[in-house]
Write a protein of this length. Structure first.
Length: 240
């Protein structure tokens, strides 16, 4: 959501599979529809995982191109990002080659710094003019990223916390990332049980945040959401 104090990224599907939620978007048409709904609810940008028809993440050129093209057609001008998650193509060289072959480019990609081959992939992403949302999961990744040349060239630094993360860990990583003096804005988000507490803490700490079916399937009251728009709307209310 555009505004002086609120920036929400919608992470509309993640590595989840359709058996986890009936409205998890998989096809290009579903990704487009959920992106539009999330944007109308207040999301400033969308992050998605292009998928094969059976719901598995894919970095292959045709799959990425179809997903990005569909979202761009449905929501012209909306910045759209995709994953480069190592699990989707667990070979560092093949991952590089797949990204090099993307015929349709998103606006940005996420890049989990602790994954094999990420520094090399970062150079390829930058050479193709793509923004990098670097994912920092722990202190070791924060230290390695801070010492790299990439720290000065990221679009966004995402502090990505697991289910059991607490506020102390979030603050420790925020301090570590800020000490790197990167010009990139910081985004804080959690997963499942830590999702809503981290959104609230992001508001308190004045950093960007993220919400969507990738991060949680439930609303703040514990009820199962019907989709991404309801999650984004709940985050807007929480931060507002």
């Amino acid at each position: 959501m555009s505004g002086p104090n609120i920036f929400i990224e919608a992470a509309i599907n993640g590595a989840r599979t359709p058996d986890q939620h009936p409205n998890l978007p998989v096809t290009p048409e579903q990704l487009a529809a959920e992106s539009l709904a999330a944007h109308r609810a207040g999301a400033a940008v969308v992050h998605m995982h292009p998928k094969t028809p059976d719901g598995k993440d894919s970095l292959l050129p045709d799959t990425v191109a179809a997903a990005v093209t569909a979202v761009r057609h449905a929501v012209p001008g909306l910045p759209v990002g995709v994953t480069t998650g190592y699990w989707a193509l667990p070979d560092a060289q093949q991952r590089l080659e797949a990204v090099r072959a993307w015929p349709v480019l998103p606006d940005f990609t996420s890049l989990n710094w602790h994954e094999p081959g990420s520094p090399e992939l970062a150079e390829v992403l930058l050479s193709r003019g793509l923004g990098i949302e670097v994912g920092i999961f722990h202190a070791e990744a924060a230290a390695s990223w801070a010492e790299s040349d990439i720290a000065q060239h990221c679009l966004r630094v995402m502090i990505e916390l697991e289910d059991d993360a607490d506020i102390a860990l979030a603050d420790d990583l925020l301090d570590r990332v800020r000490a790197a003096n990167s010009p990139a804005p910081i985004l804080l988000h959690g997963l499942n049980a830590s999702c809503w507490p981290m959104i609230e803490h992001a508001g308190l700490r004045g950093v960007q945040t993220r919400i969507g079916l990738e991060d949680t399937l439930t609303l703040p009251d514990g009820s199962v959401t019907d989709g991404n728009a309801a999650l984004v709307a709940a985050a807007v209310r929480l931060l507002g």
